[in-house]
Design a protein around this ligand. Structure first.
Ligand code: CO
Length: 134
């Protein structure tokens, strides 16, 4: 049976990456280990590890992306929490069996080869949840 291993990251949508880094990197003192464009998601992302988990900052690079629409509608702030799971396919089957509403019925493959899928906030208490398998 699939198991949740840990919180992988917490993602925050921002409209100004440099300004956000003044807090997350410069004031808190977290190290930024990654800053890159993700053309497939039309966004720029920064990763700042905090212990075993990471803070992910996401900024849209185009007005027509999902993340840009989210930002326009709800403003900057908490976007999703990501849980690492050891067997994502098994977990999706289990969640479906329990009537959980999924955004991605099938796993998606990220550019780095890792598998992920999103669970709808309607089933989670209002938080967008990403499941991810390394
Ligand atoms: Co994420």
């Amino acid at each position: 049976m699939s198991k949740i291993k840990q919180i992988s990251h917490v993602a925050v949508v921002v409209n100004d990456m440099d300004k956000s880094l003044l807090f997350w990197r410069d004031a808190l003192g977290l190290e930024m280990t990654e800053l890159r464009d993700v053309p497939a998601e039309k966004s720029t992302i920064a990763f700042l590890p905090a212990g075993q988990a990471e803070v992910e900052l996401v900024r849209p690079t185009s007005d027509d992306s999902g993340i840009a629409k989210y930002l326009a509608k709800r403003g900057p702030g908490m976007h999703h929490i990501c849980l690492e799971v050891d067997d994502i396919e098994d977990m999706l089957v289990r969640l479906k069996g329990k009537g959980v509403r999924l955004i991605n019925e099938e796993t998606r493959i990220a550019a780095n080869g890792k598998k992920y899928a999103f669970v709808h906030p309607e089933s989670t208490g209002g938080v967008l949840v990403e499941l991810y398998q390394a």
